[in-house]
Design a protein around this ligand. Structure first.
Ligand code: SAM
Length: 212
């Protein structure tokens, strides 16, 4: 595994380092397996594409994308989450430990596409995150980002301990930030309803856009 930056120890890294070993066995993770085919139907990828998976974790999304493309860079701050991915042995997935904000756009990419599942709500400054993602795309490159619609905090429950900075997102607000970051044709669709062990179901959105 490559290390791009020194990663600060935060609630987010502490939480995911501890969660890594059992991540793929969680009922929630198993439901999330449905994300990849739906995302790919909305944003088809080419065999020559180089793709960034932001907040890739154990590679639930990256592993389904990798067989279809040339290369996937799996960026995550959690060394333990990426170790689980590394152990899966995908030849064309490059696990990269680092913080998205500490990467120089020229050091990576540019990417043909950026995907992400359930990582946006762990980043405090969404506007800066979308600018960073846009900077890593080639002109004409595309993003497909999955996260929670605005919720009441019950999805994670202990939000602070899990490094949760946003209780989901309102599409209009996220669209405005994406457009300010230079992305165009921003569109939202519900991609999945996940059943939580608390008995409730939570809708997830897919946001697609491209860099002109
Ligand atoms: C809820 S997990 C999702 C993992 C994976 N995408 C999935 O669907 O299973 C969010 C991931 O984002 C990573 N993450 C959070 N903030 C990050 C940042 N600033 N830079 C890179 N990765 C980050 C966490 O370490 C964690 O592995």
């Amino acid at each position: 595994m490559s290390t791009a930056t020194t990663t600060a120890v935060t609630a987010t890294t502490t939480h995911f380092d501890a969660a890594a070993r059992d991540w793929d066995q969680r009922p929630m993770s198993q439901q999330m397996a449905a994300i990849a085919p739906r995302l790919l139907a909305a944003m088809p990828l080419a065999a020559t594409d180089r793709v960034l998976d932001f907040g890739a974790g154990t590679g639930l999304l990256a592993a389904q994308i990798a067989p279809l493309v040339a290369q996937v860079t799996a960026l995550d701050t959690s060394a333990a989450m990426l170790q689980v991915l590394t152990d899966k042995g995908y030849a064309n997935i490059t696990p990269l430990q680092g913080d998205i904000f500490a990467l120089a756009p020229t050091a990576l990419g540019p990417f043909d596409a950026i995907v992400s599942a359930m990582a946006l709500h762990h980043v405090a400054d969404t506007a800066a995150l979308l600018r960073a993602l846009a900077a890593l795309l080639r002109p004409g490159g595309r993003v497909a980002l999955v996260d929670l619609y605005a919720e009441d905090g019950s999805f994670h429950g202990d939000n602070a301990a899990k490094g949760v900075h946003h209780l989901g997102f309102a599409p209009e607000a996220l669209q405005a930030l994406a457009e300010q970051a230079g992305l165009q044709d921003v569109a939202f669709a519900e991609i999945l309803q996940v059943q939580h062990k608390n008995g409730r179901s939570y809708p997830l959105f897919l946001m697609t856009a491209h860099k002109p």
